[in-house]
Write a protein that binds this ligand. Sequence first.
Ligand code: NAD
Length: 503
Amino acid sequence: MTATQTEHFTVRRSPADARTLPLQLPLPPAGHFINGSFVPGSSGESIEVVDPTTEAIITSVQAGTADDVDVAVAAAVAAQKTWGATTPKERADVLNLIANIIEENREAFEAIESANTGKPQAVSEDDVSSTIDTFRFMAGASRTLTSMAGGDYATDHTSVILREPVGVVGVITPWNYPLLMAAWKIAPILAAGNSIVIKPSEQTPLSTLKLAEVLAGRIPDGILNVVTGRGRTVGQRLSEHPDIALIALTGSVVSGQAVAETAARSVKRVHLELGGKAPVLVFPDADLRAAAVGVRNAGFWNAGQDCGAACRVLVHESVAEEFTEHLVREVSTLVIGAPDAGDDVEIGPMISRPHFERVKESLEEAKAAGLTMAVGGSVLQGTGYFIEPTVITNVPSGAPIATHEIFGPVVTVETFASTEEAVRRANESPYGLSASVWTRDSSRSLRIPKQLEFGTVWVNAHLVLACEVPWGGFKGSGYGRDLSLYALDDYSRTKHVMINHGA
Ligand code: NAD
């Protein structure tokens, strides 16, 4: 495979550093949000929230404690009794109201999300639009929740199957899509009649707190509570709390394992959306240019900090050179910069200094192993945690860069010789979240997805999502489904009532 080292990328800074200063941001109040109000934390300790583009401290939030969680859970338990007894229509009205309120405040959400994560404006806009759509979808979907038909399945006994909320749900979210990942949980959980205590990532708590602020007094008190803080304190207490019926986490495999282990002690239900390392299988009959554009878009969206990112290409050896040329050309056109440095900025910074260092180390290891940096491969100097969009070729089977989740703007290209080999190597991953297949052969477009061990398989597409269809993984990527009617199913329970009507 030929290597095409391109020119170096540069970071486009915002004009005269006039980008949203922390003071100008419509920041939410400090404190936890419990029973409809912001309250101080019990520890008096705080956690700094950093802008990864400027490395400036935006603000601080409370470092929550187990006691703070206990207060929030008590509020959620009390509120759930009334909320769980509402009709689907009443709950749908509240969810539609939430969608409208977010829409009214969309500029504030976009500004906060871009400042806290460094996301380009286009990504923040997409996140907020998808958040609104998630609430609207779940508003409608909640009114269709159903269960098995009642009937006489034993002589003189009539069975009725009730669908009920599970109770209080604990939610733990990651930093890559702070508002959207919160919405993916909050919308179905409330729609199914549960109440919530949510812990946003300690790195990106601002949009979840903003949501609480704009909803305060407009939705029933106590159905949505936010406790900020660290995983090992707040997350741990949510996982073990006896009054929490189900704990849902989107995050890394290690965090998922910790939560599941703790939750097992109280036999709590667990819902896990964990990491991914999506393979992209490019067959010889594929539209190679379309496949390269697909990888450009889906591999580098949100700077590759996406659990479904198209980050591991497996291309047939006969077309590898041509495909790589397309990919190198496409990736070379990506614009890196601050969120407000122009509408054409597509790549922002890594979320934090430690994450930046991790991605940098992975690139250095790949270089030391003799792999080819066909595009990028370096960190960008100056303020902010920017890394060049990178395509690595000559990647052997089993190389760490192609098997570990890098979670940055890095795509690797491996080659395969046969269909059997492509499927086997794709499935060798410990993850099973998503994959894509690129082919113009209609039979292959159905046959290959059936053989792949991933919760979502796209054909001639990658990272296209819709609220109607489920999102979730197999194997190390966890279990439980976000979005769609399947999420509502996960956040409710069935009860069988059998009535003896014999003499
Ligand atoms: P992370 O696991 O470090 O943190 C996620 C959340 O878990 C945070 O709120 C953190 O405070 C909390 N946490 C950490 N340790 C905990 C513990 N012991 N007990 C309870 N809570 C704990 O993940 P991250 O770095 O914020 O996010 C990136 C990860 O999330 C990646 O692995 C990515 O693939 C995954 N992710 C998955 C999906 C999906 O839909 N499958 C979506 C987005 C992100």
